[in-house]
Design a protein around this ligand. Sequence first.
Ligand SMILES: Cc1cc2nc3c(=O)[nH]c(=O)nc-3n(C[C@H](O)[C@H](O)[C@H](O)COP(=O)(O)O)c2cc1C
Ligand SMILES: CCCCC(=O)C(=O)O
Length: 322
Amino acid sequence: MTYGLSIRPRVLVNVSRIDMSTTILGFNSSAPIMIAPTAMHKLAHQEGEVATARAAAACNTIMALSFMSTCTVEEVASSCNAVRFFQFYVYKRRDITALMVQRAVRNGFKALILTVDTPRLGRREADIKNKMIAPQLKNFEGLLSTEVVTDKGSNLEAFASGTLDASLCWEDIGWLRSITDLPILIKGVLTHEDAIRAVEVGVAGIVVSNHGARQLDYAPATINVLEEVVLAVQGKIPVFLDGGIRRGTDVFKALALGAQAVLIGRPVIYGLAAKGEHGVRRVIQMLKDELELTMALSGCCHLKDIARSHVRTGHERLQSRI
Ligand SMILES: Cc1cc2nc3c(=O)[nH]c(=O)nc-3n(C[C@H](O)[C@H](O)[C@H](O)COP(=O)(O)O)c2cc1C
Ligand SMILES: CCCCC(=O)C(=O)O
């Protein structure tokens, strides 16, 4: 994912013990790796988000549950003791969003993640071609039907355009903060301007994300704008990153550029599809093993040892030649 970004390892450091543990918004995690919110896990495995949550608990990592989950927030909450964050969208029916936030609070979710890159769904041509059908999402049973009928191709797109509130704007963060005491992260920031705004409106953190390149074509690779965001927030709130994290080396690079932790989307779904809870555990364990090895080979015993000087961008390499 990180074309042109190389690691600058330091040698002759005592790396006989490596500690990857951290806290995220004050909650312990065995590594700076969280599960990103992804919709409809039952499309990958019949146990859906419950299996994913159990894997998160087993690995002592934090799971972000998608608003568009196929298991209810209650089912996920009662399935295990993983620390869970709840991702949400603001719907035109704001009463539904408020109700879902209340349910997340009641069920012990520890933080909220507002996804802000989706006033409308991106044009997903594969979904149109394959006539993507969103199943009825159990969270919304009795509230709204997710089985929308359309002749335009993607039912998901039709559902999204009927529900997502494209009028959502910075002023509404105040409303969200008035309906909950939980910390709110915003997911989908890619510029320093929006990062500064996020700090001003009082969110608890930022997720640098381009939604796994599913929304805006020509949005930047997240790793390339991470530092811009980190510099803008000046350490006032934590910055997280998702998108294209496939190896422990990718996690290391993101941390070196200032992310406090990363989130993993597709690899978790692949693990889930292959082997349910066990598959998700394996995916997380592989990433943790790779990060640990990367830290050892780069001379870092603790996450705080991973510094900006441990990576070099393509731009920096070019400049040093001039
Ligand atoms: C199948 C799928 C469903 C997703 N559903 C959601 C969602 O419901 N809410 C959300 O905020 N992001 C969603 N995302 C985006 C992820 O949270 C994340 O930003 C992205 O997948 C990270 O990139 P990666 O898949 O390369 O790790 C989804 C991504 C995928 C691949
Ligand atoms: C209306 C959003 C659909 C779920 C989502 O965020 C995704 O598929 O990327």
